[in-house]
Design a protein around this ligand. Structure first.
Ligand code: OGA
Ligand code: MN
Length: 194
C-alpha cells in the first residue's frame, strides 16, 4: 500500500482502501489529543448546518494541529498526500478539513453522498478508523454503493485502515454499531467559488 497505489486506484476506480495507514501507537497518540466533549454531528457542510439524529448519531470535533503533535503529524501526512494528488491527478485540491467522530452504541449514518450535486468543495473523502478490536457482531460497517445503487463493498472500521473515495460518486452508509465506534473523517476541498 502506497501513495502510488492510492493515485492509480483513485484514477481507475475512484476509491482505495489503505490498511495500516497509521499504526496502533499513532492511533493512540491521536486519541489522546481528543477532548472528552464532542458535539452532536450535523448534516451538510460546516457553513450550512442542520442537526438530525434520525440520519446520523455520531458526535464530532474539528481537528486542528494545535490539539497536539500527533494530530499535527496526521495533518502533515494528509498535506503530503494532497500535494501528490495535485501533482499527478491535477485535481486542484486546495484544503483539507477533518473531524474526529464517535458513534455511541446504536449509532448509524443513513445512506448519503458527501457532495451530492457536485457543487460543494468536497472532492475526496477520507475516513481513518480507530477501533482496535472489531468482531463481526459489532456491526458498524461502512457500506459503499455506486450511482446505480449497486453494492460495491463493506468495510469493518478497524484501527489504522483508511478509505479514500471521490466525494461525488459513492453513496455510502454506516450500519448500526453495537459498540463505540471512532474514526476521523476528512475531505480534500477544491478552490472556493466566489
Ligand atoms: C461521513 C461518513 C463514514 C464512516 O462522516 O460522512 O460517511 O465510515 N463516515 O465513518
Ligand atoms: Mn459520508
Amino acid at each position: 500500500m502506497s501513495i502510488d497505489q492510492l493515485i492509480d486506484s483513485l484514477a481507475s476506480q475512484g476509491w482505495y482502501v489503505w490498511d495500516d495507514f497509521l499504526n496502533l501507537s499513532e492511533i493512540h497518540t491521536i486519541k489522546d489529543c481528543i477532548p472528552d466533549k464532542l458535539q452532536d454531528a450535523r448534516i451538510g457542510h460546516r457553513d450550512s448546518l442542520q442537526g438530525n439524529k434520525s440520519i446520523r448519531g455520531d458526535q464530532t470535533i474539528w481537528l486542528e494541529p494545535e490539539m497536539g503533535d500527533a494530530v499535527a503529524r496526521y495533518m502533515d501526512k494528509m498535506e503530503h498526500i494532497r500535494q501528490a494528488l495535485n501533482r499527478q491527478l491535477y485535481l486542484g485540491l486546495r484544503d483539507f478539513e477533518t473531524h474526529f467522530c464517535r458513534y455511541p452504541n446504536g449509532g448509524f449514518y443513513k445512506k448519503h453522498v458527501d457532495n451530492p450535486r457536485g457543487v460543494g468543495r468536497r472532492k475526496i473523502t477520507t475516513v481513518l478508523y480507530m477501533n482496535e478490536r472489531w468482531p463481526p457482531q459489532d456491526g458498524g460497517e461502512l457500506v459503499v454503493y455506486d450511482h446505480e445503487d449497486n453494492h460495491l463493498f463493506k468495510l469493518e472500521p478497524v484501527a489504522g485502515r483508511m478509505i479514500f473515495f471521490m466525494s461525488e460518486n459513492f453513496p455510502h452508509e454506516v450500519l448500526p454499531t453495537e459498540n463505540k465506534r471512532e474514526s476521523i473523517a476528512g475531505w480534500f476541498l477544491t478552490e472556493k467559488i466566489l
